[in-house]
Design a protein around this ligand. Structure first.
Ligand code: HMG
Ligand code: MG
Length: 299
């Protein structure tokens, strides 16, 4: 059975921009985030407290957080990989929610956060514990849930094991990342079924990249299993710096169009999110990759 309402987590300002080769000004990021909130998005990933040597584009996350508008009821989570990132999040303005990020693949974990999967979980544990002491909400990401750019196949059991550990250490929500967009609907469904044997399905989010054009099909497959939350990126911005060839997340516009058409509510205005997508795409000097955004423009 399909849900009546799906929560959209807008990851464009983080996942979308982290890989941009040229520095995106703070003003541009703030304008993007404000326009996404105006469009009705209620969860907007605003940045990452990661090493500026590894991901220079996120180095101004504290400045972004200090300047965005904060309409009531809108959450602005940030990525935190370790205790140093946690200290930065605590020092920044208005952080009430963080995301730690692990992987179902050893090879990807090494490339992305420079440690093994087991080491990463030990690094996350004190971070999650402290966030919970503050009363913050915590999301745990699992990357490479449907394939890894370095080691190829990833089993549903490997995904389930990491998801279970993140949930057990106190993550409120587990976001399952098809980092390189290689999944197809039956594989996506099998993966969710394996995870849902250990973590309640209401706690899962689907984070699908659209590299091979499969993301909407995969989303429909997992929405039918009761996954209530979907991660999207306005204009289809993005790609992971440690997953070569990985293109952006499924576009927010494409997902809203699909859900609107199925009568599933999101609270997001398609027209306004498409405007936000056009504005950031113009700032970056390119067209939105979203098919819906392109169709709306020529309509
Ligand atoms: P490391 O080099 O192993 O860490 O990096 P370290 O503890 O040895 O520290 C080395 C240097 O980094 C030191 O600086 C630290 O101070 C500094 P130095 O003394 O050399 O000047 N450092 C930090 N600086 C700022 N913030 C921090 C921090 N930690 C250490 N938090 C680390 C380990 C995790 C920090 C590094 O590998 C890193 O930052 N990686 C970036 C990972 C990243 O942001 N990837 C993209 C996001 S994940 C993603 O996109 C996937 C997702 O979308 C889901 C999906 O699609 O699958 C979530
Ligand atoms: Mg991602």
């Amino acid at each position: 059975a399909l849900p009546d309402f799906v929560t959209i987590v807008e990851v464009g300002p983080r996942d979308g921009l982290q890989n941009e080769p040229t520095r995106v000004p703070v003003d541009t990021k703030v304008a993007l985030i404000d326009s996404l909130a105006d469009a009705g998005l209620r969860v907007i990933e605003a940045g990452a407290f990661v090493s500026p040597k590894w991901v220079p584009q996120m180095a101004d996350t504290d400045a972004v957080l200090a300047r965005i508008k904060r309409p009531a009821g809108v959450r602005f989570p940030v990525l935190v990989p370790n205790e140093k990132g946690m200290a930065a999040a605590e020092a920044a303005e208005g952080v009430h929610e963080i995301a730690v990020f692990g992987a179902a693949s050893e090879a990807f974990s090494k490339k992305n956060i420079n440690c093994s999967v087991a080491e990463s979980l030990e690094r996350f544990r004190p971070v999650v514990a402290r966030a919970r002491e503050h009363g913050w909400r915590v999301r745990g990401y699992v990357s490479c849930v449907l394939g890894c750019p370095y080691q190829g196949a990833v089993t549903p059991e490997a995904v389930a094991a990491v998801a279970r550990d993140l949930h057990a250490m106190g993550c409120d929500e587990i976001s399952l990342g098809d980092t390189i967009g290689v999944g197809t609907p039956l594989a996506a469904r099998r993966m969710i079924e394996a995870v849902a044997a250990h973590v309640p399905v209401e706690r899962l989010a689907a984070h699908f990249h659209d590299t091979y054009g499969q993301a909407l099909a995969n989303l429909l497959a997992v929405l039918e299993l009761g996954v209530p939350t979907v991660d999207t990126s306005v204009a289809g911005l993005g790609g992971c710096p440690y997953a070569k060839g990985a293109s952006g997340n499924v576009a927010t516009e494409d997902v809203i169009f699909m859900l609107d058409g199925m009568g599933i509510h999101t609270g997001v205005s398609l027209q306004r999110v498409a405007e936000a997508g056009r504005a950031i795409s113009e700032s970056l000097g390119r067209e939105p990759t979203s098919r819906v955004a392109q169709a709306l423009r020529s309509a």
